[in-house]
Design a protein around this ligand. Structure first.
Ligand SMILES: [Zn+2]
Length: 429
C-alpha cells in the first residue's frame, strides 16, 4: 500500500473550500493516513530513515554516477507510439535536471541559492521496448490499485529489464484521470513497514502518462473524481519528480493530513532539513508570495522551484543538498545495483554466437545478423568509445550498416537487450 504515499505524483483533485478552489493530491495523502492506521508507527519509521541518511554527514565531493534506463513504450495506437527522438529528448531533461545543467536553474530565487546543488547523477538510455497492446492501464482509487499491469507482458504490458541494475520507465496512457505518473520508493529501507515498496522487484520503477512524456506544451486532465480540470505546463519533468520518489524522496510539503483538505499542515515534514517548511503543495501556482507556513523571522517562502513540489513544470528547477544526500545514500545502499561498475558490465554477457558481423573487415557496409528478434539497442562506437550510430528498439534479424561515410579504423558494435549485452569489434577499411 506504500505506493499510494510516495508513489503517486500529480494526483489531483479539485476541492471546494469556502470560496477557494484548491487542487490537492488528496488520494496520496489519504492513503498515507490509511497507512498510519494500518501500520502503527509508519510515520515515525519514515522519519527514522531520514535521520539515518542525515546522520551520514555527507561530504560534497560526489562522484558522477550513471543509471541505465530502459523505456517501455506500451501503446494502444500510433499517437502513443512516441518516436525515439522524443524518448531521447525527454531523457535529456532528466540528465539536465540531475546534473543541474537545466538552463532554468538560474531562475531559483536567491533565498534558495545556498541550498541547491548538482546531484551528480546521470542516466544512460540502454534500451527501448515497444509493445502494441489492447490492454488498458487504469488508476482505480476506490479499488486501491495502480496500473501495474503495464509492467508485465502477460497483462498486456512489457516485462521489466533486470530491475536491480536498470531503472525501468513505462510510458502509457493512464486512464482514470488525474494521474500523470507514479513510482515506488526503494525496497529494504530500514524500519520500512512491510509492503511499503514495490510488490515485487519486476514492478519497481516509474510509470508516466504518455501525454506528459514530452518537452513542450500543456496537458489538461480531469481532477480526481472527475472534479474540475487541471492544466499543467509540460517540460518533461514528471519523470524528474518520479525518479526523485524512486530514489527515496518525499513530497516537499510532507503529505500532511490537513493538506488533503487544502489546509496548510505545517507539522507534516518531508524529513529534509534544508527544504522550507511547507504546508501545502503549490497547486501549480508559482507565485513568489506563496508561503503556507510563516514562521516569523528568517522564514522562507514555499519552494515551488523544487522538483518534489506540485508546481508548473516551467518553474521547477532544483533539488536541495538534503534531498541529494538522500538520493545518493539510496544509490549507495538500497539501489546500489544501479550504479555498480560500468553500464555495460552490469548486464549479463551474451555468448558471442548471439551476433554475426560480416564482412569484417568491411568496406562499404557490413551486416549484423542474429537469430533472436527481441527488442535490442545497437550502437556503433568508434575506437574512443563514442557513439557514431544508434538504433533503439531494433527488432529485426538483420541490420545493414553503411560505412562509406565513416573514417577507416576500428569500431565496436555494442548490442544490449533484455537478456544481456555483447560488444564485438569490426574494422572499417
Ligand atoms: Zn509525487
Amino acid at each position: 500500500m506504500w505506493k499510494f504515499f510516495l508513489g503517486l505524483s500529480l494526483l489531483l483533485s479539485s476541492v471546494q473550500i469556502g470560496q477557494t478552489q484548491v487542487q490537492e493530491p488528496c488520494a496520496a495523502a489519504h492513503y498515507l493516513h490509511h497507512l498510519e492506521a494500518t501500520h502503527p508507527g509508519f510515520e515515525a519509521a519514515t522519519r527514522q530513515v531520514y535521520d539515518r541518511v542525515r546522520g551520514q554527514g555527507q561530504a560534497r565531493d560526489l562522484t558522477l554516477v550513471t543509471i541505465p534506463v530502459v523505456v517501455h513504450l506500451v501503446y494502444q495506437n500510433e499517437a502513443q507510439n512516441l518516436p525515439d527522438s522524443l524518448i531521447e529528448a525527454v531523457l535529456e531533461v532528466l540528465n539536465q535536471d540531475y546534473r543541474r545543467l537545466n538552463v532554468d536553474a538560474i531562475q531559483v530565487r536567491e533565498d534558495f541559492l545556498p541550498v541547491v546543488d548538482d546531484p551528480f547523477i546521470q542516466f544512460e538510455l540502454v534500451g527501448v521496448e515497444r509493445v502494441a497492446t489492447t490492454a488498458t492501464f487504469e488508476l482505480n482509487l476506490f479499488g486501491g490499485t495502480l496500473p501495474d499491469n503495464v509492467k508485465t507482458t502477460a497483462t498486456g504490458g512489457s516485462d521489466a529489464w533486470d530491475p536491480e541494475h536498470h531503472l525501468n520507465i513505462w510510458v502509457c496512457n493512464i486512464e482514470g484521470g488525474a494521474l500523470l505518473g507514479y513510482a515506488y520508493p526503494p525496497a529494504d529501507l530500514s524500519h520500512w513497514p512491510e509492503g511499503a515498496s514495490a510488490p515485487s522487484p519486476g514492478l519497481d520503477g516509474v510509470v508516466v502518462h504518455y501525454e506528459v512524456f514530452r518537452r513542450t506544451g500543456t496537458f489538461t486532465t480531469s481532477g480526481l473524481f472527475g472534479l474540475g480540470n487541471i492544466t499543467v505546463s509540460v517540460r518533461g519533468r514528471t519523470i524528474t519528480h518520479e525518479v526523485g520518489h524512486y530514489l527515496g524522496l518525499r513530497h516537499i510539503w510532507g503529505d500532511g493530513l490537513l493538506s488533503t483538505f487544502g489546509i496548510p499542515d505545517c507539522n507534516a515534514d518531508d524529513g529534509v532539513e534544508d527544504t522550507p517548511n511547507q504546508g501545502l503543495n503549490s497547486q501549480f501556482s508559482c507565485d513568489p508570495a506563496n508561503n503556507t507556513c510563516n514562521e516569523g523571522s528568517g522564514d522562507l517562502p514555499d519552494m515551488w522551484e523544487n522538483f518534489m513540489d506540485y508546481a508548473q513544470e516551467d518553474c521547477q528547477n532544483s533539488f536541495t543538498f538534503g534531498q541529494i544526500e538522500i538520493m545518493r545514500s539510496v544509490l549507495d545502499n538500497e539501489r546500489a545495483g544501479l550504479i555498480e561498475g560500468s553500464v555495460s558490465t552490469r548486464n549479463v554477457q551474451l555468448p558471442t554466437s548471439t551476433l554475426r558481423l560480416y564482412p569484417n573487415p568491411a568496406t562499404d557496409n557490413f551486416v549484423i545478423q542474429r537469430e533472436e528478434n527481441t527488442s535490442a539497442t545497437v550502437r556503433l562506437l568508434n575506437a574512443q568509445g563514442q557513439i557514431t550510430r544508434q538504433w533503439l528498439s531494433w527488432t529485426q534479424n538483420r541490420l545493414e550498416v553503411a560505412t562509406a561515410s565513416l573514417p577507416a579504423g576500428l569500431y565496436y558494435v555494442q548490442y544490449v537487450s533484455r537478456e544481456g549485452q555483447l560488444t564485438q569489434a569490426v574494422v572499417v577499411e
